[in-house]
Design a protein around this ligand. Structure first.
Ligand code: NAD
Ligand code: UDP
Ligand code: UDP
Length: 315
């Protein structure tokens, strides 16, 4: 039995990962400061004797005896990571240093939840791992983008300098149950707006594109990457190559919910990437991984989740 640390484990993706790791027979130590995650996301795991939950901020050192680390701690939605941008950079950079220090002391394998944001507003489409990106270093998204880029640098330097076993995944937009209803990301916004019969807020002309991966597919990719042999470091793109405009997404959500909502246009936030689509050739070849849940199916499951949540009165 392995003892696995998941930082950011009470968040959206982290809670699904904790669940899968427990199902596979591991002991899981979930560490989170509840900045954007909630205890509710892992409440159903608390009775499991193999699960331990710890409130801790990864910008401070952590001493724990673990064999593997998944480093997910970091707010992921633009409104949350821009709320306290200095803390966002600290979480990515100091958090990575502390978790890498822990991995070094324990000789533990360590996984980094990096992001397609390292490609910025890309001039290459779709984005392969070799593309170095087009990132504004001083804009409002930079705390997140540059923080994650610096974390990747740290992972590769600990690998080269200290021989650490690293696994870096570049995650593209992911959605599913347990996204926070108010976290401002497009899928949760549109679904919550539709279920409440409110207007659906399209930023800009709605012609910008994203590629959406269902959370179960993503977590499967994490586990496959972690289980590769030590020569595999990544970075590896994980995402669903199906590419949609935000207007198409809004229309799908309206159709699937049967909502009467109107689409309205609001200003486009600064530095909002125009297009994004993963090239997953590497993930297919190295991990034998390909997403299996199409957008309509994943949206239907996510709508069911939010419908239950809103009816229960929680937010
Ligand atoms: P989330 O906000 O739901 O989860 C992040 C978790 O990290 C939360 O539980 C939060 O409380 C915790 N956290 C934040 N700062 C912390 C700190 N200093 N110490 C300890 N815990 C802290 O977001 P998510 O969508 O589950 O994202 C998980 C990871 O995946 C993040 O690192 C994110 O950057 C990355 N990612 C996600 C997506 C996506 O579309 N969901 C895309 C690219 C990358
Ligand atoms: N660290 C940690 N847990 C550990 C070991 C180290 O949080 O089990 C932190 C440690 O406080 C340090 C960081 O990880 O700030 C980097 O550790 P490393 O050994 O690489 O560097 P050093 O301690 O030599 O600065
Ligand atoms: N977006 C939108 N309406 C919303 C929230 C987001 O049109 O209510 C757009 C946003 O401008 C961006 C896309 O949807 O172009 C994805 O936004 P999100 O914040 O989910 O993720 P990211 O921009 O980080 O990919």
């Amino acid at each position: 039995m392995k003892r696995v640390l998941v930082t950011g484990g009470a968040g959206f993706v982290g809670s699904h990962l904790c669940e899968r790791l427990l199902e596979a027979g591991n002991e899981v130590l979930c560490v989170d400061n509840y900045y954007t995650g909630t205890r509710r996301n892992v409440a159903h795991l608390l009775d499991n004797p193999c699960f331990e939950l710890m409130r801790h901020d990864v910008t401070f050192p952590l001493f724990a005896e673990v064999d593997e680390i998944y480093n997910l701690a970091c707010p992921a939605s633009p409104i949350h990571y821009q709320f306290d941008p200095v803390q966002t950079t600290k979480t990515s950079v100091h958090g990575a240093i502390n978790m890498l220090g822990l991995a070094k002391r324990r000789k533990a394998k360590i996984f980094q939840a990096s992001t397609s944001e390292v490609y910025g507003d890309p001039s290459v489409h779709p984005q392969p791992e070799e593309y170095w990106g087009n990132v504004n270093p001083i804009g409002i998204r930079s705390c997140y983008d540059e923080g994650k880029r610096c974390a990747e640098t740290l992972f590769f330097d600990y690998h080269r300098q200290h021989g650490l076993r690293i696994k870096v995944a570049r995650i593209f937009n992911t959605y599913g149950p347990r996204m926070h209803p108010n976290d401002g990301r497009v899928v949760s916004n549109f679904i919550v707006q539709a279920l409440r019969g409110e207007d659906i807020t399209l930023y800009g002309d709605g012609g910008q594109t994203r590629s959406f991966c269902y959370v179960d597919d993503l977590v499967e990719g994490f586990l496959r990457l972690m289980n590769t042999d030590d020569t595999v470091t990544g970075p590896i793109n994980l995402g669903n190559p199906g590419e949609f405009t935000m207007k198409e997404l809004a229309q799908k959500v309206v159709a699937l919910t049967g909502a009467k909502s109107k689409l309205i246009h609001l200003p486009l936030p600064a530095d909002d990437p125009r297009q994004r689509q993963p090239d997953i050739t590497k993930a297919k070849a190295i991990l034998d991984w390909t997403p299996t849940v199409d957008l309509d199916t994943g949206l239907a499951k996510t709508i069911t989740y939010f419908d239950g949540l809103l009816k229960s009165g929680a937010d």
